[in-house]
Each structure stands twice: as C-alpha cells, then as structure tokens.
Design a protein around this ligand. Structure first.
Ligand code: NAP
Ligand code: GDD
Length: 399
C-alpha cells in the first residue's frame, strides 16, 4: 500500500465497531489492525508523513481508496499536533482508540528527550483531551500503551500493578506522564481509559534496532556468510520477552473488560540478552560459548551441527564449504556505544491479575518467538545471497 491516505472517503455509517489506532505502521499497530479487521471492526490508522514509504508492515492490509465501504482507512497525522488529532477523532467517531504511537526506542530517547516528552507524554494527553472536548467520553474507550520501562530501577521482582515506578530514561519518564494522565482522566471524567503495562514483546516485524531483532538478523546473516560479527551492549540485561501477536490480543481484551482498569501483561519469565543470542544461533545449529567479562566478553563458536545448518539453509553445509563458521571464531563482541546512560537491569512481570480476571494466556513461549523471528530473518537475508551471487550490491546496516 503506497499513499492510501484519503480521509475524505470514510466508510458510511455502520453498525460495525470503529477503532482508531495511532502508530498503526509500527510493530504492534500492524498486528492490532490485522486482529481487529478479523473481528470485523472498521479500522482507522494514523500514519506520519515521511519522505520514503513507511507502510511496509501494513501493506498487506491495503484497500484501494476508490473502493466504497472500506474497512481499513488511513489518515495523515502526528502525536505532536493537537488540531490534527482532534479533527481525525471528530471525523472517525471511534468506539475504541488504541494510542500506540510513540518514539519507542529507549536509547534514542536520551538523544531526543524533548521530542519524546512531547510525542509520548503530551501526545497521550492530546488524545484524552480531544475525546473529552468532542463530548465522546461516554462513547470512546481509550487504550494507552504503557510500558514495563516504568519500573526501571525495579523496586521488587516480579513487577505487578502495585509495584512503584522508578523510570530510568527520558522515554520512561514521558510514558510515566502518559500513564498518570490516563488514570487522572478516568478518575476525573469517568472515561473508559486504561493502561496496558506491557513487558517487552517482539516479532518478525520488530524494529531492527531493538536487541532481539538485531540479534536474529545478525545470526541469520552470520550463518549465511553475509556478516562477520555482531556488536552488542549490555549482555547481562534481563527482559521478560513475549510475542507481539499474543500481546495485541490483550490490548483488545483490556477494552472489553467490564470496567476500566490498568493491567500488567507479561510472561512471568526473564532471560538475559546473552541467552537470547545463544538461542538464536542454536536455531541454525551454531553453539556458542561466552568468555571474558564486561567490554572484553566475546561469543565464540564452540561447534556446529551441520545437519541442522544444512536443513535451515536448504543446502549441504560442512566444515569444508562453510569455513566462516569454523570453531573458535569470534562472532559476538561488546561495543560500549550500545550502553545506556542509565540501564534497566531486569524486568520480570507478574501477569496474574490479567490471567485471572481477563483469561490472559499465550500461544508463544520464548523458544517459539526465537524460532518465528529466525525463520523469517533467514528467509529475508537469503535474498541478499541471491543478489550478491547475481552481482548486485547489498546494504549493510549498522544497527
Ligand atoms: P514501534 O514499532 O516503534 O511503532 C511506533 C509507532 O508510532 C510507529 O507507527 C511510528 O510511526 C509511530 N510514531 C512515532 N512517533 C510518532 C508521532 N510523533 N506521531 C505519530 N506517530 C508516531 O513501537 P511498538 O513496538 O509497535 O510499540 C507500540 C507502543 O507500545 C509504543 O507506544 C511503545 O512505546 C509501547 N510499548 C512497546 C513495547 C514493546 O516491547 N514493543 C512494550 C511496552 C510498550 P513510523 O512507523 O512512521 O515510525
Ligand atoms: N537496542 C539494543 N541494542 N539493546 C541492547 C543492545 C544493543 O546492541 N545490547 C544490549 N542491549 C540491551 C539494552 O541495554 C536493554 O537492556 C535490552 O538489551 C533490551 O533493549 P531493547 O531491545 O532496545 O528494548 P528495551 O527493553 O530498551 O525497550 C523496549 O521494551 C520496552 C518495554 O520494556 C521497547 O520496545 C520500549 O518501547 C518498551 O517500552
């Protein structure tokens, strides 16, 4: 879908439920749009204007703007523009708003703190205030994409709905404002406004600079002989990783609950970055060992299961024709440029409230998530092998 932004031809009045998603081009926005369309919603999404196409994740949902009765409609907008948001909400008259738009990269937020406060913090207020101003408080339910980053320097393990916050980045501080303004509008104006405090969730369409995707892309490229080494930051950081597909279902369930509340959504398990690296390489039959400490730590090839690698790459691989994976080759190093000024060392959520009251359950365990991401990235990176063999240049991104 390229340039399908035409808000003048909205779907006619309908008995179908109408959802508005901010951040529809992001990882969660794309999965949520798919999920709601399957539930027969009319889905409106807000897309930022960019100089290059930025709709890759939702292109498969494209509907020609000339077709009548579309159920997937895009609007140009930005979280920093109140008038624009208010106008879209007035036109759409949504039953449910999912506020997912944000500058969501924790490390980058240290570089752009003012913008993040505006888009991620005040942006949430703009949505709430637009709904109130337009007299939609009775009609429109609001989901706010809150985050486990709020727990930051964690005050207890695991973290639940009652754990005190201690944010550790401009991103988390901005999201803390968004969290409390959502609670305040609920209490002050009786709005159905809820926070989903979601722990890290990943997928094959995760942004390339988040650690899991960076790892699965690199492990795929290294296996295919397209990259020598993966540089990472803090290998000791621990995260509670789930699959985005499971998590967007919960966003919807939160707005279907009998009353508006705040919810922790997590797997209840935590895993170090180092272990995620091992799991990704294991998928292609490469066993790693880690040696050294701090900035001197490295990940080294211990052994290769050639049958597994051959099956995954779809060609015969052995120690003679795949020398780039020779035992004792260093494939992971630490680069301090990926360290954060203040780090969140460990996140581990307690999802028992959502399990008991909303019936939260998951389809994907961490192993399934790694497999899903590796399978997808191997396929994606294999294209580069063909391009190279055909004499074309391929891009190397430094993630
Ligand atoms: P993502 O992939 O980075 O997507 C963010 C979306 O927000 C993109 O569509 C982006 O547009 C849009 N956006 C950014 N700034 C905007 C602005 N000023 N105006 C309008 N749109 C803007 O993030 P995600 O992983 O899907 O996460 C969705 C939400 O959940 C975010 O609010 C994030 O902070 C929060 N969250 C995520 C996780 C997680 O683990 N994934 C966990 C807890 C909370 P472009 O495509 O044009 O960049
Ligand atoms: N990005 C990145 N790149 N992170 C690295 C790297 C690296 O090279 N090396 C180690 N890490 C560590 C980070 O220091 C952090 O402790 C951990 O890996 C996870 O980093 P990210 O994948 O960037 O995610 P995040 O936990 O900082 O933030 C994500 O999850 C939050 C929920 O807890 C984002 O999706 C946020 O938007 C979200 O709110």
């Amino acid at each position: 879908m390229k340039n399908n932004h035409n808000s003048s031809r909205l779907a006619p009045s309908t008995s179908k439920r109408i959802a508005l998603i901010t951040g529809v081009t992001g990882q969660d926005g794309s999965y949520l749009a798919e999920f709601l369309l399957k539930k027969d919603y009319i889905v409106h999404g807000i897309v930022r204007r960019s100089s290059l196409f930025n709709t890759d994740r939702i292109d498969h949902l494209y509907q020609d703007p000339h077709v009548e009765n579309r159920n997937f409609i895009l609007h140009y907008g930005d979280m920093t523009d109140s008038m624009n948001l208010t106008k879209i909400i007035q036109e759409v008259q949504p039953d449910e708003i999912y506020n997912l738009a944000a500058m969501s990269h924790v490390h980058v937020s240290f570089e752009t703190p003012e913008y993040v406060a505006n888009a991620d913090g005040i942006g949430a207020l703009r949505i709430l205030e637009a709904v109130r101003f337009l007299g939609l408080t009775e009609k429109t339910k609001i989901y706010q994409a809150s985050t486990s980053e709020l727990y930051g320097k964690v005050q207890e393990i695991p973290q639940s709905e009652t754990t005190p916050f201690y944010p550790r980045s401009p991103y988390a501080v901005a999201k803390m404002y968004a969290y409390w303004i959502t609670v305040n509008y609920r209490e002050a104006y009786g709005m159905f406004a809820c926070n989903g405090t979601l722990f890290n969730h990943e997928s094959p369409v995760r942004g390339e600079t988040f650690v899991t995707r960076k790892i699965t892309r690199a492990a795929s490229k290294i296996a295919l002989g397209l990259q020598d080494k993966l540089y990472l930051g803090n290998l000791d950081a621990k995260r509670d990783w789930g699959h985005a597909k499971d998590y967007v279902k919960m966003m919807w369930m939160i707005l279907q609950a009998p009353k508006p509340e705040d919810w922790v959504i997590a797997t209840g398990k935590t895993t170090p970055v180092r272990e995620f690296v091992k799991m990704a390489f294991e998928y292609v039959g490469v066993n790693l060992r880690f040696e050294g400490k701090g900035v001197d730590e490295v990940g080294i090839i211990e052994s290769v299961k050639w049958d597994v690698l051959s099956a995954k790459l779809g060609k015969e691989c052995n120690e003679h024709n795949t020398t780039h994976l020779a035992p004792n080759t260093i494939v992971v190093s630490v680069d301090p440029r990926y360290f954060r000024p203040t780090e969140v060392d460990i996140l581990m959520g307690d999802p028992s409230k959502a399990e008991k009251k909303l019936g939260w359950n998951r389809e994907y365990e961490l192993k399934d998530l790694v497999e899903d991401m590796m399978k997808s990235d191997l396929k994606l990176m294999s294209k580069d092998v063909y391009l190279k063999e055909g004499g074309y240049q391929t891009m190397s991104y430094y993630e």
